[in-house]
Design a protein around this ligand. Structure first.
Ligand SMILES: Cc1cc2nc3c(=O)[nH]c(=O)nc-3n(C[C@H](O)[C@H](O)[C@H](O)COP(=O)(O)OP(=O)(O)OC[C@H]3O[C@@H](n4cnc5c(N)ncnc54)[C@H](O)[C@@H]3O)c2cc1C
Length: 369
């Protein structure tokens, strides 16, 4: 049995940043990851789009980026097109996530990969944690094992309501850089909206990487009648058909996105971070930066509370710091989502504003009304 200050479950961006920050602060830290990371990390169904700020913050190497992006092209299926400018990158999640995991290892965190969580229970002041080959004791637990978190399941936290879940389908289509650039442009990603006869509460996308087009579709779980048929409708749009002609399907993966945050994100020395907590932008589906921010805030909260002898206030302090950093805005966006997706007219009104403003400004300054 090995003893750690902090056990992190899951080596996504949230878990790995938590482990890095914890190890930097001198805590003995371990990451337990279900998948085998070996040399190249693990596949994760994702658009892989991040803002340039994140690339800079991580000092992420440019040769690990699959495409640098300057424009989001927002298509409404009635033919209208809106353009949002802004520098970003599209990348493979195995590379990004493993890069961050390696930062955690360099800071001194341990990692056990190919070790899914099988058991967790609090005994006295510690958690007993078991995976197929490891038996660990830890004072704090960072639950960073994604939207279907086993950690919270074993600890009897409530599940997300179906209304707070989006079902996505991701299909990776192999192509060539030349072909991708002639159909989708060199620096563009494409998003597709339309409430009537397309996607009532979500959107679809074509995100070009270097030699692959990531095709995605997502709709609120409660609005789906037949996900495969609805995904196929997107594939059959003339624009999509043309972009995907002579490409080869190499992967097809369904995955959930949480779009409503948990009312409680801390309990008894367990911190929910990233997708476990529902920290995803409910309009755009962006979750990578929120996973990283929440993880960093969780560790800094532990450090602060221990130093100041405020352990009994840990949950409140974590919640308040999250609110100040991004959670108030995410919750407001969740409220406004229904208003944006109530009709094609309101959706197009939002897309028009989104061309010029950040979505947080549109919502917080109530520019929609
Ligand atoms: C189709 C799709 C497209 C998306 N596109 C974007 C995008 O373009 N940009 C963006 O910012 N966000 C995007 N997101 C959201 C983003 O992927 C998530 O918000 C982000 O990955 C959350 O990070 P995380 O660290 O919380 O969890 P995850 O990245 O889900 O990591 C969880 C980790 O825990 C591991 N794990 C799971 N169960 C166990 C277990 N029992 N034991 C041990 N380990 C376990 C998993 O293997 C995984 O490594 C997208 C999501 C989807 C589904």
């Amino acid at each position: 049995m090995q003893d750690f200050d902090i056990a992190v479950i899951g080596a996504g961006p949230g878990g790995s940043i938590a482990a890095k920050v914890a190890a930097d602060k001198g805590y003995s830290t371990v990451i337990l990851e279900k998948e085998n990371l070996s040399q190249n990390g693990r596949y994760k169904a994702c658009g892989g789009a991040v803002a340039w700020e994140l690339i800079e913050k991580l000092h992420y190497p440019e040769d690990q980026i699959d495409r640098i992006i300057e424009n989001l092209i927002l298509h409404h299926i009635d033919g209208s097109i809106f353009t949002k400018k802004g520098k970003g990158a599209v990348l493979w999640r195995n590379k990004l996530d493993f890069f961050i995991t390696k930062m955690a290892l360099a800071s001194g965190s341990a990692l056990f990969s190919n070790e899914p969580l099988q058991f967790i229970q609090k005994v006295d002041n510690h958690y007993i944690i078991r995976t197929p080959h490891q038996h660990i004791v830890a004072k704090y637990v960072i639950a960073a094992d994604g939207v279907t978190s086993s950690t919270l399941h074993f600890l009897d936290w409530p599940n997300f309501s179906p209304n707070d879940l989006v079902l996505t389908i991701t299909q990776e289509m192999e192509s060539t850089p030349q072909k991708i650039e002639s159909s989708l442009g060199k620096e563009e990603v494409h998003l597709f909206f339309g409430i009537q006869n397309f996607i009532p509460l979500g959107y679809a996308w074509l995100f070009p990487k270097n030699k692959v087009i990531t095709v995605g579709w997502g709709n609120n779980l409660t609005k789906i009648k037949n996900s495969r048929k609805e995904f196929q409708k997107f594939i059959n749009l003339p624009f999509t058909k043309q972009a995907l002609s002579s490409t080869k399907k190499i992967r097809f993966t369904p995955h959930l996105i949480p779009v409503g945050t948990r009312s409680s994100v801390y309990r008894d020395s367990v911190f929910a971070v990233g997708d476990v907590a529902g920290f995803v932008d409910p309009i755009s589906g962006k979750g990578i930066p929120y996973a990283m921010m929440s993880a960093e805030i969780a560790i800094k909260t532990i450090h602060y509370c221990e130093k100041k002898g405020k352990e009994e206030k840990m949950g409140d302090i974590y919640q308040n710091r999250l609110n100040g950093a991004f959670l108030t805005v995410l919750r407001k966006k969740r409220e406004f989502r229904a208003k944006i997706f109530q009709s094609d007219e309101s959706l197009k009104n939002f897309l028009t504003l989104w061309q010029k403003h950040r979505s947080s400004k549109i919502i917080m300054q109530n520019l929609l009304s």
